[in-house]
Design a protein around this ligand. Structure first.
Ligand code: FAD
Length: 322
């Protein structure tokens, strides 16, 4: 409920002025368990979208269900056919499925994106708890506990109560790309936890004074702290701390690059510094590396990076003030 505004019995966690607190929450969740962080991030994103674009009735209905324990999510990924809204006379219904849908089988209030002709619309659904899902394709190395799978939605009626906002709202900027800071915060939390586990490992083995290990520790702390500066600033800008929406998007895109690099560097360094132990279950270093490697794979990273580079090239901002 925390993501709803106070008027809907929440504490405003998805509102612009609380993005700093949300950053801390997602970081701490990422440190504890990346699968939980992924599910909560999707839940909060769905609430934020309904609060930003939905009607009062949609907001109240979602708040009521979440208050009763329902989990929300944003299911945007499509297979080749895509999810469509097909209209026959006065009746409209969904045809198709969503793939890579986290919380499949648990989420009952997803927002799904669907095509109506050339338009992309958001639909807020209410699924039965036993709505069929297919998790058979989810064989990824990590993030198994997210129950990410395919959900066939064919036949679900769509009316004005289900449609959230207007065509194009889902990818409206700076909210769409700028919001990438949230998954970066979860990745960062896991990265920070890895560095702390590395410290525990070195101290408990009496290996902390070795100069090569000290060099690894320094590199890890610097990498994690660098990512933290970027993610917290991206959250601040997303919350309105920066007046230029294009710059907010570019900064979030750059933050993705920095956070990914930090996580990859820390994983490699900790694996080399802790040795085989880092690959043995149930050591938490092994679990975090497995989940983090998987969850780091986010949409179109090359485009995010190159768009950020173009944005800076097309500006006259000094590099230090980008
Ligand atoms: C644990 C987990 C849970 C998820 N849950 C959800 C969910 O609930 N809802 C949801 O909607 N999605 C979800 N996703 C999907 C996620 O949002 C991304 O869509 C997915 O992870 C991206 O996968 P990818 O690496 O194949 O991306 P891609 O975008 O395919 O990137 C792979 C590589 O191809 C490059 N590339 C991309 N496009 C092109 C192109 N046109 N030409 C050349 N190169 C290209 C990229 O830069 C990158 O190098 C989840 C993913 C994970 C891992």
């Amino acid at each position: 409920m925390a993501a709803f505004p106070e008027a809907l019995r929440g504490s405003g966690l998805s509102e612009p002025e609380h993005q700093g607190e949300l950053c801390t929450v997602l970081r701490l969740l990422g440190a504890a368990d990346l699968s939980i962080a992924r599910l909560i991030e999707g839940h909060i994103n769905a609430i934020a979208l309904v609060c930003r674009y939905g009607t009062k009735a949609q907001q109240a209905s979602l708040a009521s269900d979440v208050g009763d324990g329902a989990l929300a999510a944003v299911w945007g990924a499509d297979d080749a056919a895509g999810l469509k809204i097909v209209t026959d006379g006065s009746r409209a219904e969904l045809v198709g499925r969503k793939i890579l849908a986290s919380g499949a089988g648990f989420v009952t209030r997803p927002i799904v994106t669907a095509k109506a002709g050339e338009d992309q619309l958001m639909c807020l659904l209410r699924l039965a708890p036993d709505h069929p899902v297919d998790l058979s394709g989810w064989t990824a190395q990590g993030m198994r506990s997210t129950a990410t799978g395919a959900v066939d939605l064919t036949g679900i009626p769509i009316g004005s109560d289900e449609i959230v906002g207007s065509a194009g709202d889902f990818m409206r900027q700076p909210w769409f790309s700028g919001g990438a800071w949230r998954f970066c915060a979860a990745h960062l939390g896991a990265t920070e936890r890895l560095v702390e586990l590395f410290r525990d490992h070195l101290i408990s083995r009496g290996r902390a004074e070795d100069p090569y290990q000290l060099q690894r520790v320094a590199g890890c702390v610097a990498a994690a702290r660098t990512a933290r500066f970027w993610v917290e600033e991206a959250a601040r800008r997303f919350g309105g701390g920066h007046c230029n929406p294009d710059a907010t998007v570019a900064f979030a895109n750059m933050t993705r690059m920095v956070t990914e690099r930090s996580a990859l560097d820390v994983m490699e360094t900790v694996q080399r510094g802790a040795g085989l132990l880092a690959f043995n279950r149930p050591d938490p270093i092994e679990r975090i590396c497995r989940d983090l490697s998987t969850y780091l794979r986010q949409p179109v990273p090359d485009l995010a990076m190159s768009n950020a580079a173009r944005a800076w090239l097309n500006s006259s901002a000094p590099a230090g003030e980008f």
